[in-house]
Design a protein around this ligand. Structure first.
Ligand code: FES
Length: 215
């Protein structure tokens, strides 16, 4: 299996930086997901082959982090934290507002393929709870009203995944871009996993072979 030219080029650059191939598993998974939108079994098997890991070892990493999609998702992935700080400050009301506005259940995708709604564990921004991550941006100090207003942004349709409204600059601080429209909350670029240290993936005796079907 080969990836597109850009992915192959970046893959080679990443591998050149890791004397231990297996340590490149996270950045490679991010690369593949950026190209394909999700991690198919075939793509994970290819990553495993290139890193000299078993497919199961790659699957273990892919299922540990909520970053990764094991099945196709909408262009914009709305991930609402439901851990303690966010729940105490209204995460359930935000989820309910989004479910109602989008007319989908959690883990569902709108018929136009624009949004997927998910409930996730702590996004490590508890001090600005409640928080929602949309692609590569955090929307903080949310309320149900702000969440609904965010969905009304017309620029969602034009934005490729990874560049939601109000967060294109990647700068920390309150959104002030003209494209923000009715959105008046705080938007912050999410931490970039591509620069993180390599994953320490201990072997756990998982069998090699083909992967089970995605969740
Ligand atoms: S509890 Fe929501 S970001 Fe930590």
């Amino acid at each position: 299996m080969t990836f597109d030219e850009r992915t192959e080029r970046e893959c080679a650059a990443i591998l050149s930086r890791y004397p231990e191939k297996r340590s490149a598993v996270l950045p490679l998974l991010h690369l593949v997901q950026r190209e394909q939108g999700h991690l198919s079994a075939a793509a994970m098997e290819e990553v495993a082959r290139r890193l000299e890991l078993t497919p199961m070892e790659v699957l273990e990493v892919a299922t540990f982090y909520s970053w990764f999609n094991l099945k196709p998702v909408g262009r914009h992935r709305l991930q609402v934290c439901h851990n303690l700080s966010c729940t105490l400050r209204g995460a359930e009301q935000i989820l309910a507002a989004l479910r109602d506005a989008l007319r989908i259940q959690e883990d569902g995708t709108t018929p136009d393929g624009l949004f997927t709604l998910q409930r996730v564990e702590c996004l490590a921004s508890c001090g600005t709870a409640p928080v929602m991550q949309v692609n590569d941006a955090y929307y903080e100090e949310l309320t149900p009203e702000k969440a609904r207003a965010l969905l009304e942004e017309s620029s969602w349709r034009a934005a490729p995944s990874g560049t939601p409204p109000s967060a294109r600059s990647g700068a920390r601080g309150r959104a002030s871009s003209p494209s923000a429209g009715t959105w008046s909350g705080r938007a912050t670029a999410a931490p970039s996993p591509s620069t993180w240290p390599p994953a320490a993936t201990g072997r756990c005796g998982a069998p090699s072979g083909r992967l089970p079907r995605p969740r």
